[in-house]
Design a protein around this ligand. Structure first.
Ligand code: PLP
Length: 398
């Protein structure tokens, strides 16, 4: 009776939700917990977008939109991709989805078959391997280390590709490490991919606007990559619109229309009010995004200095997103004052949460047990208090 679809049975539940649930449970008991586990900006959605949503409500835009999204939104996205990213795309190659999450999932579902492998650089966003499993394929993780700035090398990528490889997932700037590949680093990865005619790329560019000292490069703009790359992006991170649920994919017509077919049978178009609101993001000017990114940069620097002051912690300077992923493996094997061994990232996060009231996400969830993810999408005072707690917890390990 309860036999599941084998693809679903192969999926694992979200490990990031487990730590959030534990943090909430402690709060309900009255404990003071600082959660640095959130994956969303702590800024309000820019006012022009909110006003456009009010207008859409007053205009009673309550019907279904076209399944692939409002034509004017698809056109605005295509225009953005041409102007800002150097991609040669038309509106017909764009599908607007319920978040970048749905766009990544549909991109994979459209092309993966049983027996296929999908190469995923680790540390990776938790959903990638599970989406690959849902699509009936097999995730193949390639671990990038802190010393390598959490970026895979062309040699590593080449070694991971087999005749079964169907796709590679790239995510720059990265969740959970904040790593940003330079244009020449991406070009070196493209050179590897060019040698493998069957290999596609899903380029998740959701953190595009949250970059500090780096230039953002779209993978599909590199020579020969447009015909085999699905570019995924959205409004959640750059415009602080996580709950509005709007993302998009853009790629070769055959691939985009397959993703669109899936969407038409699964969810139809995204929320109509959200789509009308999002149109304002293209005309409002850069100021709200710049303000947010400046705050993220200040916090990154402040927290990074505190983490690096801890004995044995190594952390590359991330050039994007709003996460730090320190390598904390030097304390593995030590014991907490109560005697419990801290054997890995899950133990360390459990200890810091239970004994010191700060919630981080274990690196194990991202395919890299050596680290933990700290989100600095919260105000500086709170971050400094959290650093005090992490420092106290660190010092107490023996
Ligand atoms: N891709 C990455 C790397 C993310 O970190 C996230 C959100 O955490 C998403 C995609 C999903 O974004 P959305 O809210 O647009 O579905």
């Amino acid at each position: 009776l309860d036999a599941l679809n084998p693809n679903v049975a192969a999926m694992r539940p979200s490990a990031t939700l487990a730590i959030s649930a534990r943090a909430s449970a402690l709060r309900r008991e009255g404990r003071d917990v600082i959660a640095l586990s959130a994956g969303e900006p702590d800024f309000p959605t820019p006012a022009p977008i909110v006003e456009a949503a009010h207008q859409a409500l007053r205009d009673e835009r309550f019907g279904y939109t076209a399944s692939a999204g409002l034509p004017e939104l698809r056109e605005a996205v295509a225009q953005k991709l041409r102007d800002e990213n150097g991609l040669d795309v038309e509106a017909g190659q764009v599908v607007c989805s319920n978040g970048a999450k749905q766009a990544v999932a549909q991109s994979l579902l459209a092309v993966c078959a049983p027996g296929d492998e999908v190469v995923i650089p680790a540390p990776y966003w938790v959903s990638y391997p599970e989406m690959v499993r849902l699509a009936g394929a097999e995730p193949v993780a390639v671990e990038a280390t802190a010393e390598a700035g959490y970026k895979v090398t062309p040699e590593q990528l080449d070694a991971a590709i087999t005749e079964r490889t169907r796709a590679v997932i790239l995510n720059s700037p990265s969740n959970p490490t904040g790593a940003v590949y330079t244009a020449s680093e991406l070009e070196a990865l493209a050179a590897v991919i060019r040698r493998h005619p069957r290999v596609l790329v899903v380029s998740d560019e959701i953190y595009e606007y949250v970059v500090f000292d780096a230039d953002f490069q779209s993978f599909a703009a590199l020579d020969g990559m447009a015909e085999r790359t699905m570019t995924v992006n959205g409004f959640s991170k750059g415009f602080a619109m996580t709950g509005w649920r709007l993302g998009y994919l853009a790629g070769p017509p055959w691939w985009a229309s397959a993703a669109s077919k899936i969407q038409s049978q699964l969810t139809s178009g995204p929320n109509s009010i959200t789509q009308y609101a999002a149109l304002a993001a293209f005309t409002m000017g850069p100021e709200p995004v710049e303000t947010m990114v400046a705050a993220f940069r200040e916090r990154r620097d402040a927290v990074l200095a505190r983490l690096r002051a801890l004995d044995g912690v190594a952390c590359p300077t991330p050039q994007g997103a709003f996460y730090l992923f320190p390598d904390v493996s030097s304390v593995y094997g030590r014991r907490a004052p109560g005697g419990a061994e801290v054997a890995g990232s899950v133990d360390l996060c459990t200890y810091l949460l239970d004994e010191h009231g700060v919630a981080l996400v274990p690196g194990e969830a991202f395919g890299s047990d050596a680290g933990v993810r700290l989100s600095y999408a919260t105000d500086l005072d709170t971050l400094m208090r959290a650093c005090d707690r992490i420092g106290a917890g660190w010092e107490a390990l023996r």
